[in-house]
Design a binder for this molecule. Structure first.
Ligand code: KIV
Length: 272
């Protein structure tokens, strides 16, 4: 099957909106370091998200709450040094934008100035309206994130599918429209019913990028460690693993240990 695919030199927030208009799906993956970002950028992914999921997959925390603004800036600047093509979006971490709009703007400016990122992502709708407005007014592109918002995990209590009930679905639709009206360039919808995600994507002119939100949205995002099978315990229904790197890396490392122990490594050609 042939798919619509235009070559973009550098992906911008405008190219994402054009992709939606042209019916071209947007690919987005997380990255947190230089080496992984280089592979992802060379593979023609459209958007890299320096997600606060770094708190889980890089730092081993149970939630995304502990990661700090300084740590996000460190990850983002490592990613930026690898990039030729991708748009790089950075999660503004928990605690750095919820208290007041001025603090939100200061945090967003630090991300943009100190990392060189192209845009930021925020979790929430009406509750953070003034902060989103303030950041957008400063000329910083903002991506929204609705549905399962991991920074609010202690409010939800579980990582189960969100917005199954009518009231929550209604609020999500209103929040999505509000984020578009404020000027956000795209929205991530996480772990919500596919029919609801489709309805939201069809009602908006800005792209909707899903994770666990079905196929009728404008793009997909996954955590790179999950896609590559580097994580074993995380097995949601929406995850497609393209490799089993946990096993493959483990057996390569075991082989190295054997080779060292048996004095097979280094051999004659591997020394000076
Ligand atoms: O932090 C992250 O990786 C995310 C994605 C799950 C969308 O926000």
């Amino acid at each position: 099957m042939s798919v619509a695919k235009k070559e973009y030199k550098r992906v911008t927030v405008k190219s994402l909106v054009d992709m939606k208009k042209n019916g071209e799906r947007i690919s987005m993956l997380t990255a947190y370091d230089y080496s992984m970002a280089k592979i992802i950028d060379d593979a023609n992914v459209d958007v890299i998200l320096v997600g606060d999921s770094a708190s889980n997959v890089m730092a081993g925390h149970e939630t995304t709450l502990p990661i700090t603004l300084d740590q996000m800036i460190y990850h983002a600047s490592s990613v930026i040094r690898a990039i030729n093509r991708c748009l790089v979006v950075v999660d503004i971490p928990f605690g750095s934008y919820q208290s007041d709009p001025k603090e939100a703007l200061r945090s967003a400016i630090r991300i943009m100035k100190e990392s060189g990122a192209h845009a930021i992502k925020v979790e929430g709708g009406i509750e953070i309206k003034d902060s989103v407005k303030r950041i957008l007014n400063a000329g910083i592109p903002v991506m929204g994130h609705l549905g399962l918002t991991p920074q609010s995990i202690y409010k939800f209590g579980t990582y189960t599918v969100r917005a199954k009930e009518e009231a929550e679905a209604k609020k999500l639709k209103e929040d999505a429209l509000l984020l578009q009206k404020l000027g956000c360039f795209a929205i991530v919808l996480e772990k919500i019913p596919a029919t609801l995600a489709k309805e939201v994507a069809e009602s908006l002119t800005i792209p909707v990028i899903g994770i666990g939100a079905g196929g009728d949205v404008d793009g997909q995002v996954l955590v790179i460690h999950d896609l590559l099978g580097m994580t074993k315990e995380f097995n949601p229904r929406f995850l497609r693993r393209y490799m089993n790197l946990y096993e493959e890396m483990g057996s390569a490392i075991s082989q190295y240990v054997d080779d060292v122990k048996t004095k097979d490594f280094p051999n004659e050609e591997e020394q000076y």
